[in-house]
Write a protein that binds this ligand. Structure first.
Ligand code: S3P
Length: 175
């Protein structure tokens, strides 16, 4: 791949799982942004939100994204809110192709319903809240994306192969 791969999308669209699958198919290292932020802060993402607030977390996200632009040959798995800041999107696009993973609210609900590490959904685990937040964010996600991949009813391998196919096509065409 000529560029880094930057995976974006709502919570539960499979960014981390697909990043891991892609890194087995391609000679590229994966960076899981939430994991790096939590490791460095020595706190879970939920605790960072609870103790310091969302804005503080968003600033950590931006700083990490800027720092990651020094790397090449990486798959960056963003947090679901990372593309909401326009300057973050500008960073992603410096060295990366931005791949948006999408899923229906019903699919997202099924994927996240038993997890407890997403502070924005912790007390809002229902399809109507997910639909509303997704709708609010949709335009930002779509504006950031170079490639859009639907993930409903597909397995990890199918999704990853679809991504690689589209990215290779773009590299060949020099888009
Ligand atoms: C968030 C998504 C989470 C995490 C944080 C905020 C969001 O990442 O960064 O809880 O605003 O959508 P995942 O998309 O990996 O769950």
């Amino acid at each position: 791949m000529d560029s880094n791969i930057v995976l974006i999308g709502f919570m539960g669209t499979g960014k981390s799982a697909i990043a891991n699958c892609l890194s087995k198919m391609l000679p590229m290292e994966t960076v899981e942004m939430d994991e790096v932020i939590a490791e460095r802060a020595r706190m879970s993402i939920s605790d960072i939100f609870a103790v310091y607030g969302e804005e503080y977390f968003r600033n950590l996200e931006t700083n990490l994204l800027v720092e990651l632009q020094e790397k090449s040959n990486v798959i960056i798995s963003c947090g679901g809110g990372t593309p909401l800041r326009d300057n973050n999107v500008a960073e992603m696009k410096k060295n990366g192709r931005v791949v948006l993973l999408t899923a229906k609210p019903e699919t997202i609900y099924e994927r996240i319903k038993n997890s407890h590490d997403r502070p924005l959904l912790e007390n809002n685990k229902n399809i109507s809240f997910i639909s509303k937040l997704l709708e609010e964010r949709k335009a930002k996600y779509e504006a950031a994306a170079d490639v859009v991949i639907e993930t409903d009813d597909k397995n990890k391998l199918q999704i990853s192969e679809e991504i690689v196919g589209k990215l290779l096509e773009m590299d060949e065409k020099n888009v």
